[in-house]
Design a protein around this ligand. Structure first.
Ligand code: DAH
Length: 341
């Protein structure tokens, strides 16, 4: 038994010497000093010895355990010191190392296009005005020459609020709001959210943005030709110098005559491609000479003033400018999309 104990001691000392890490030391502690150690195993045979031998072996095993424990402690200290000596190497701070880049936010593509639109119109002397998103029936419909039961109201699917107001269905309502307080001449644009009660798909959303423009002055001072050149300048500013526009007759209750206007496709320059559905032109918005009924609603004297109004969807402009084919991407919050701008 004495030999066995001495063997254990020698083996332990040898293995402890070779240990290099704290984990190795821990494993050896379990093996040679823990409750289930080899030494404890040997001492199980103690009960069969005489009391004389028990004393002798007891002392020997105590001393062995002390030796092993102190070897383990020594080794631990050795490893710790070594780590401290090397810390200089391992944890040295390299002040020339490039820092981690912090993520920077940027403007949403719709905001970018909105700012572009504002800049272009401001450079032509337009004032940018804003008004409320929840409108009363008068300003959204009646003042725009769309009285109750007028079939034109069906052109816009409306969310009705319990109090009879509406989340505005178009930014045209700002025309009436502005003219109640200001007499022509003026040139304004107004940009903002509008709401329609319709299902969303790749080209429709129930909540989107429009820009409305209105030029008004004394009768005879505003012509379709003036307005066409302003819209043309705007389209060139947004899509490039070579952009052409064309007007087609159309109907909107607040203008007479009314037009829809198209821009030549900025992708194929009129040749026909996927974006313009092979026709070379892209439909962009409505426009027309202000219907005299609209001036009457804000109590201007009949035929004193003339005006030209126009309206576009901002998402549509952004989709064409950046080649985006699904309007729902704007509000989906998908960073893979947003990070491209
Ligand atoms: N308000 C129209 C719409 O939401 C757009 C529009 C068409 C505005 C013709 C105008 C205009 O000012 O003259 O569909």
């Amino acid at each position: 038994m004495k030999n066995k104990i001495n063997d254990i001691k020698n083996k332990a000392i040898e293995e402890i010497k070779k240990a290099k890490t704290f984990t190795e030391v821990e494993t050896l502690r379990v093996k040679y000093s823990g409750r289930k150690s080899e030494l404890t195993n040997v001492l199980r045979g103690l009960k069969d010895l005489s009391s004389e031998e028990k004393k002798e072996i007891g002392e020997l095993s105590n001393m062995t355990k002390q030796t092993i424990d102190s070897e383990l402690a020594k080794k631990e200290l050795e490893i710790k010191n070594e780590e401290l000596n090397n810390i200089d190497e391992k944890e040295r701070i390299d002040i020339t190392y490039p820092g981690e880049k912090s993520e920077k936010g940027h403007l949403h593509p719709l905001t970018k296009v909105r700012y572009d639109i504002e800049e272009i119109f401001k450079s032509m002397g337009f004032l940018v005005v804003e008004d409320r998103e929840v409108e009363d029936e008068f300003h959204n419909f009646d003042a725009m020459n769309m009285p109750k039961n007028h079939p034109a109201r069906d052109m816009q699917d409306t969310f009705w609020l319990k109090n009879g107001c509406v989340p505005r269905t178009h930014t045209s309502s700002v025309q009436a709001r502005f003219m109640e307080k200001n007499k022509p001449p003026f040139k304004i644009i107004s940009l903002g959210r509008v709401y329609r009660n319709e299902n969303s798909d790749a080209t429709h959303e129930s909540n989107f943005h429009q820009v409305e423009g209105l030029i008004a002055a004394k009768s005879g001072d505003v012509t379709v030709a003036n307005a066409k050149s302003i819209i043309s300048e705007f389209m060139k500013g947004l899509f490039g110098e070579e952009t052409k526009i064309r007007l087609r007759p159309s109907y909107f209750p607040f203008v007479e005559p009314g037009f829809e206007f198209d821009a030549s496709c900025p992708y194929c320059k009129g040749e026909g491609c996927r974006i313009c559905k092979k026709c070379g032109w892209i439909e962009l918005g409505g426009a027309g000479m202000v219907n005299q009924n609209v001036f009457e609603k804000v109590r201007f004297t009949e035929d004193e003033f003339e005006g030209f109004a126009f309206g576009f969807g901002i998402e549509r402009l952004a989709m064409i400018k950046y080649g985006i084919d699904d309007i729902r991407l704007f509000h989906a919050g998908d960073l893979r999309f947003l990070e491209q701008f």
